[in-house]
Each structure stands twice: as structure tokens, then as C-alpha cells.
Design a protein around this ligand. Structure first.
Ligand SMILES: O=C(O)CCC(=O)C(=O)O
Length: 294
């Protein structure tokens, strides 16, 4: 059984606010220890928060040329998925995964047969009783908030929560050649008729105050994998409006895209188009620069 960390989200938010307000590290550390956080954990967490704060300040102070979206400096490394053997299939975890489409810019790959039909059904059955209205990150506070651009319901499984989930997550890590521990908890979304996720980017804007607690837990997102758990009778494609691409939601298939910096020049603006009939279920795995919370 996983023991919950005493370094709760509330405490992290308190520390973030203290740092942003100018409290010194010794002061924040003393207070964390006084609040019952073991010294070693307090030092580790505080170090991550301070590193994030410094990189946030660096971004904010960077001269215009450095933040120019067209400039190509210090890109993040992104996952480089396995390439297909002939005839366009990749063998991972005993499955023949096909490559149905590849785009260089934005970097998009559509995979076929990434999930088995029974795996999709099991994920939906596990998630269905646990879904609630979806939210987005509040870039001011770092908490969550409802947003009219995202009308689905959803939930997140803990990493490795069941054998099935761990197997799928390890398959993804092998296919995308990216560490298992750098993958966020698997998120499930359910869209009813008329529901959608308006076009958005999956990275967070590092200059916003609410980005700090997010970035302190694994750094920036560098790639997304949206897996389709059913085939909606009508609607529900994933679209990339900058390049006019619509990926049809087909049960077992998935769309992967990566972004080497937190910038629109990556072309990764994307959304879930309105469902026109039936429902749509997806599982999304976001990949971070470093290890993140399970
Ligand atoms: O539902 C979709 O097709 C897209 C989901 C999405 O954009 C996301 O989870 O970030």
C-alpha cells in the first residue's frame, strides 16, 4: 500500500507562496520541519521548489530575443518513439502496433492497436464510477478550476494502480522510449454528446505564478499520448487546427505528439472536437522532463 506523503498539496502551495513572497530558504525549511515534515524530505521538496522558482525568474527576465517563439534555444529533449519495422509495425509488449500516420511538424504519430479491445473496455469500466466534471490548471493559483472550454468528465488513476494499468504504462514507456516514472498518472476522459475540449496546449506557461507547483513536480510536459477507448458513432476527432489535421477516434488507436518547448511554435495546439452521437472515452498519458508524482 502506498503511504501518502506528509508533504501535502496545501503545504506545497504554502511553501510556494512563501518563496514567491521573498521568505528565505532557511525560514521556510524551519517552518516545514516545525510542521512535522522530516528534514530530508523537507530539504528535497524545498530544493525542487527553489529550482523551479529560479527557472521561472530566469524566463521572466530573459531578454526578448531569448523568449522569441521563433528562436530555437534550449529546447527540451522529447520522447523519440521506436520506429516501425516493415511493414509499418512496431512490436512492443507482445503487440503489433502499427504506425498509421506521421507528421514532422508538429511532431505527430498516430498508432494503431496500441491497446487491445478488452483493455479499452476494462479501463472504461474501472473509470466510469469515478468520473467527475473535468477541470484545468488555474495558472494563477496552481490549483484546479472549471473551464467552459473543457466540458467533459474525467478521473485519474494512480500510476501502476492495477496490474492492467501498470502493464499499459510500461508498454507506453517502451514504445515512446521515455522513463515510466516521468509519466503522469493516467487520465481518463468521457465526453457525452455536445461535449468537447477546445483547442489548447498541454505544456504550462512557465511565466505564470500557478506553474510553479506544477513544474516543481517533474518539470515541463514534453509529450502527450491520447488513447481512444471507444469509437464514437459520430464526432469526437482530435484536431490540430494549425495544420488542419483531424485524427479520428478509433478504439485501441492513439495519437502521440511532442513539444520541445513551451511555445506555440511547436504547432501542438489541439482539441477534442464535439461528440455528435454516443459518447467518447480517452486515456491520456502526459510525459514530463523528469520523474513526477505517481
Ligand atoms: O479528447 C481528445 O481528443 C483530446 C484530449 C486532450 O486534448 C487532452 O487530454 O489534453
Amino acid at each position: 500500500m502506498t503511504v501518502p506523503s506528509p508533504f501535502t498539496d496545501e503545504l506545497r502551495q504554502w511553501a510556494v507562496n512563501e518563496i514567491a513572497a521573498g521568505s528565505g530558504p532557511d525560514q521556510v525549511l524551519r517552518e516545514l520541519i516545525a510542521r512535522g515534515i522530516p528534514e530530508e524530505l523537507a530539504v528535497d521538496e524545498l530544493t525542487r521548489l527553489l529550482e523551479s522558482r529560479l527557472s521561472q525568474l530566469k524566463q521572466q527576465r530573459a531578454p526578448a530575443a531569448e523568449t522569441d517563439p521563433s528562436s530555437d534555444d534550449s529546447p527540451n529533449t522529447v520522447p523519440q518513439p521506436l520506429t516501425a519495422d516493415s511493414p509499418n509495425t512496431i512490436r512492443v509488449d507482445g503487440r503489433e502496433i502499427s504506425v498509421l500516420l506521421q507528421l514532422k511538424h508538429p511532431r505527430v504519430i498516430v498508432f494503431g492497436n496500441l491497446l487491445g479491445q478488452d483493455e479499452c473496455d476494462k479501463l472504461v469500466a474501472l473509470a466510469r464510477p469515478r468520473i467527475t466534471a473535468s477541470s484545468v490548471i488555474d495558472m494563477q493559483s496552481g490549483g484546479n478550476k472549471q473551464d467552459e472550454g473543457r466540458t467533459s468528465s474525467g478521473m485519474a488513476f494512480r500510476r501502476g494502480e492495477t496490474k492492467l494499468i501498470e502493464r499499459i504504462e510500461r508498454r507506453i514507456a517502451a514504445l515512446l522510449q521515455w522513463p515510466y516514472e516521468n509519466g503522469e498518472a493516467l487520465q481518463i476522459l468521457r465526453y457525452a454528446v455536445g461535449q468537447e475540449y477546445k483547442p489548447h496546449y498541454d505544456y504550462v506557461d512557465p511565466t505564470q505564478p500557478g506553474a510553479l507547483p506544477f513544474l516543481a513536480r517533474g518539470g515541463q510536459r514534453v509529450a502527450s499520448l491520447v488513447m481512444y477507448l471507444n469509437t464514437p458513432p459520430r464526432g469526437g476527432a482530435t484536431n490540430f487546427p494549425d495544420v488542419g489535421l483531424e485524427v479520428a477516434a478509433v478504439k485501441g488507436n492513439a495519437v502521440f505528439f511532442s513539444y520541445d518547448k513551451a511555445d506555440p511554435s511547436t504547432g501542438t495546439l489541439h482539441g477534442g472536437m464535439p461528440v455528435m452521437a454516443g459518447e467518447k472515452w480517452v486515456a491520456t498519458k502526459w510525459l514530463r522532463v523528469s520523474r513526477t508524482d505517481p
